[in-house]
Design a protein around this ligand. Sequence first.
Ligand code: GLN
Length: 482
Amino acid sequence: MPRESLVTWRERLRRREISAVEATRYYLERIERLDPKIRAYITVCAEEALQEAEEADRRLSAGEDLPLLGIPLAIKDNICTRGIRTTCASKILENFVPPYDATVVERLKAAGAIILGKTNLDEFAMGSSTENSAFFPTRNPWDLERVPGGSSGGSAAAVAADLCVASLGSDTGGSIRQPASFCGVVGFKPTYGRVSRYGLVAYASSLDQIGPLTRTVADAALLLQIIGGPDERDTTSWPEPQPDYLKALENPVKGMRLGLPREAFGEGLDGEVRTALEEAFRALRELGCEIREVSIPHMEYALPAYYIIAPAEASSNLARYDGVKYGLRVPGRDLIEMYKKTRSEGFGPEVKRRIMLGTYALSAGYYEAFYRKASQVRTLIMRDFEEAFRQVDLLLMPASPTPAFRLGEKTADPLQMYLSDIYTIPVNLAGLPGLTLPVGLTPGGLPVGLQVIGPQLADARVLTLAHHLERALGLELNPPLE
Ligand code: GLN
């Protein structure tokens, strides 16, 4: 059976050409056979998934028509699933079983989806390679010696290796888009506030956003339709209802003005990545789009600002892991020693680094110099984008400066690792929608992703352009796995 998109699976399930149990078995068999090499999953819920599939088949036979009835999906393991362990790839939550579902999970279930399991990530979503998982690294299906990117590396690898139809990830500084580009799949970080964060384990709350990783742009549109929209349980959720994303895919793109920020195409961009992107620009011109250069003058300050704001928020969010109410508890002689031991043993080195950076940046006397300055820079970056969107409809940037790198290549040098998100971080700082789609392979056979960025709440426009480009390129991307 060939790899199929969500939209195709849905048609086949509806026409009863295949049952939900067969679809689920297909994935469970692949996971059993291939995941020992890739290690995309932390937890596989085989029994529960099959039970849900039987139920889905009953409902399909009864003629029920739900948008995802019988579709097997995977969920990043920092999104709460009731009754299913949610670890954040951290020892401190290794045995945490949430008593509730995240809003996105609730909505997927209400739409009839089946949860195959929970995917690997960098501990608490801090990282760009999935090597910061406290349990094991995930490998890139295109080359098992390379990283899948991160932090949603498990979700991206699972889609690329066809170990699920589609998955959810979270993106604070690039964690959906960068792994999607490393693994040759579509990854979409919607406008901040478009998708509820209720039940997403917080990393940096003013930046975190949940989104889909899929085989096609239409699949991403379909999933966003279901998981997105207002939610009372998240005060940062946008109150406006969502447009019909699937319908918007066929809107015309002729005459669209696309901007290339000059700052994103300078030094530091790998030559092979550049070549693949230029191919995509040619295709876009043939579709009748107009491409021009623009500027985001403060782009170079995005990375330093992010590495103050994100750790500052993280240091505050992660204060709750103290061994008292849930998660790991390492006993001590008194309460303070219990806190210390629990946190020293429960958190990995990168998480500790972020907590220290953040605590420092927020401490008395340094707050003004660091946190406040970084917030001001953030405002300047937002204004840069606003100005650019007065001249063009959408922006195009690389997803990452290089294709997937080797395991171990950047673990010794955090700065090198941080640079991997240089093109994705500005988009989170400004709260904008950003989608990456594969536009080609390097001569060495590694996927290259292009990032399409829109103004706030122009998620539909981003999807429209990406859909037209995907069709024009007509790539068949299958990693050489079997
Ligand atoms: N790599 C970035 C970081 O480590 C972004 C991670 C993310 O988006 N969750 O913070």
